[in-house]
Design a protein around this ligand. Sequence first.
Ligand code: FES
Length: 320
Amino acid sequence: MNIIPVRVTAAETIAEGIRLLKLAPRDGSMLPVWEPGSHIDLHLGPGIIRQYSLCGSYRDTSTYEVAVKREAASRGGSKFVHESLSVGSELSISAPRNLFPMHRGARRSLLVAGGIGITPIISMARLLRDRGQPFDLLYFARSEAHAAFRDELSGAALDGSCQLLFGQERDAVEATLANALGNRRDDCHLYLCGPQPFMDTVRMVAARHGWPDDAVHLEYFAATPASGAELETSFDLKLARSNKTFTVPPGKTIVDVLREHGTDVETSCEQGVCGTCVVKVLDGCPDHRDCFLTSQEQASGNCMAICVSRSRSTLLVVDL
Ligand code: FES
């Protein structure tokens, strides 16, 4: 994996609970080019690797920008960014990856962001503006104070195509979406990013108004968590190369169990998003819980993301 040593060159709070970092290579070189929708991994400490969308100018390869929301239930990532990183801090990042690419054939775009989901969406808006392609942007935030990039979004810089919507209750959100998503034109594509329940609502409204799946593009920050009941099943995991078999009990992931037994596996997000931990499945039936593999790859049963996925069969044999 391509690791880039960087230094924090600016750090500021840009909205309630949202901290923006600017990161530049320590050796003064240029960073890899990226497209809107891309994210990078931030290596924040041993075992703490988190993905954040790039939200600065896609034209500027001297610096990357990420905006991080402080999560109340932080497992260490956002807390570290908010409390321990400041100008001059050194860390490593990955090269950008784009799991949320824009559709090249779209003539018109509708961009919908909820909360911190504005980070990939604002760079998409800038690209569309620069290309002279029409778009509308809806940004739902808890309040004006919680809205990142307020000045840019509410000013003339993005051609005035943005609506900032503060403090709407669920019914109002649905009504706003119904208004925006009704009467779809065939060449229009929808891009959405935000918390899971928000995205579920947008997808439901889009489906109700006849948006085809291939015109709806979304960014997940984490795979859908498994419910407690689903975690209650244990299964055996056989490593084909070493012929060892381990039991994966309820509440532990395959990665947890492998590490306990001294088998090192490469991971990054450990949330089913990045694909770093995907392995070949040689026998058995995986219970996919990631959002990295395509539905065809999941249906084939030939591979799985072992940081989150489990097994439907009592025995799973993997190529490790
Ligand atoms: S480590 Fe990212 S999908 Fe498993």
